[in-house]
Design a protein around this ligand. Structure first.
Ligand SMILES: Cc1ncc(COP(=O)(O)O)c(C=O)c1O
Length: 390
């Protein structure tokens, strides 16, 4: 029996390997940065989501150390027992204020926030409409909720309109990444909101890749588009541009109060170490006041966009820190990624099922920690690779 089980697991692994889909982890031997040590090799990295270069910022490191001195290393309990520390509480207030929404709830991860929120708000008989390119956690959340789950083609508003207008569900929820994690483009948020208003649906936006990067002070996608509405449920993560870990959901106070009672991934888990919240509070200060960092990131984005000229591969249209290069086949994407690595440049090849079949790509992610020279080196390496490609 167990041998049969092992054999079926091995068969799955073998099949993945034969399709060029086997994933493996690199061993990081340095803090996250533009120049890292990965698998015992010094490389220029375009792999992280540390878009503002805060993951190893001295002010955050100091805030975390001080937080540990004041609160210890572990929270010791779930939020609803005795794990809810003053740092967590202060962070929720700061996040609500910064994002311009009435109330916020701090979750351990973005994955858990998405699962917790969607499964708490939606149930059998309700309807969820989701962009086909949404992050896996939103899809898993929709399935977990048991609501009717329909996906519309990427950013296709007419398709979504048809789905919404034929739905008789008592509760409707439109779910979308605000910035699509493997494409870098944005959801048409004002149009989505107008549709939700017309069809009395809620709009949940996952701004994992926009918070800290978009908006005048980095408040994210809502500030970028200048939209606000009580029907928006806003989720953003704190382990990407914010440089630390965790996530928050912000919405009307009644929604947050309800989640506190019903979001199972908030209730039935140990609260994160309070020192993490102390570090996020320090990050928010930098994001709010150091606009140079964001401005530099946007300079790098513009520089890459105007100087990377490809013919065999295609730079996908994006105004965010995620700048993918579409390659197509899994094998070619891996080969290109490996080729860049021989030149000391690390860019991950992203393959199905993370992206649709035949759209394997290099996911270049830029960070304020990069210099123009770093980006220039990547552009030159890609141009050279294309020239010499057989
Ligand atoms: C769009 C999106 N949502 C949610 C998540 C999950 O967030 P976390 O890493 O905090 O679990 C990610 C990536 O990690 C993401 O890219």
């Amino acid at each position: 029996m167990s041998e049969h089980l092992f054999a079926s697991l091995q068969a799955d692994l073998d099949e993945r390997a034969s399709q060029g889909l086997l994933r493996r982890r690199r061993l990081l031997g340095s803090p996250q940065a533009a120049h890292i040590r990965a698998d015992d090799k010094d490389v220029l990295s375009f792999c992280s989501n540390d878009y503002l270069g805060l993951a190893n910022h001295p002010a955050l490191v100091a805030a975390m150390q001080k937080g540990v001195e004041q609160s210890g290393v572990g929270s010791g309990a779930s939020h609803l027992i005795t794990g809810h520390h003053e740092f967590h509480h202060a962070l929720e207030q700061a996040l609500a204020e910064f994002s311009g929404l009435p109330a916020a709830l701090y979750f351990s991860t973005g994955y858990m926030a998405n699962l917790g929120v969607v499964a708490a708000l939606m149930r059998r008989g309700d309807a969820i409409f989701a962009d086909r390119l949404n992050h896996a956690s939103l899809n898993d959340a929709a399935v977990l909720s048991r609501a009717d789950f329909q996906r519309y083609p990427h950013n296709d508003l007419s398709h979504l309109t048809r789905l919404l207008s034929t739905s008789k569900a008592p509760r409707k929820l439109v779910l979308a990444d605000a910035v699509f994690s493997m494409d870098g483009d944005m959801a048409p948020v004002p149009e989505l909101l107008a549709l939700c208003e017309r069809h009395d649906a809620w709009l949940m936006l996952d701004d994992a890749h926009g918070f800290g990067v978009l908006g005048e002070h980095g408040q994210g996608v809502l500030s970028h588009f200048g939209v606000q509405s009580p029907r928006i449920i806003y989720m953003a993560t704190l382990g990407k541009a914010v440089g630390v870990s965790g996530a928050f959901v912000a919405a009307e106070p009644v929604v947050i109060d309800y989640l506190l009672q019903h979001a199972r991934t908030y209730i039935y888990t140990t609260a994160t170490p309070p020192a993490l919240a102390a570090a996020v509070l320090a990050a928010l200060e930098i994001i709010r006041h150091d606009s140079e960092r964001r401005a530099h990131l946007h300079t790098l984005i513009d520089y890459l966009k105007s100087n990377l000229q490809l013919a065999r591969w295609r730079r996908m249209e994006s105004d965010t820190a995620i700048q993918p290069v579409l390659v197509g086949s899994n094998e070619e994407a891996i080969k290109l990624s490996e080729h860049l690595l021989t030149h000391g440049i690390l860019v991950p090849a992203i393959r199905p099922p993370t992206v649709p079949k035949d759209t394997a790509r290099l996911r270049i992610s830029l960070s304020a920690a990069h210099t123009i020279a770093d980006v220039g080196r990547l552009i030159d390496a890609l141009h050279q690779a294309e020239k010499g490609w057989l």
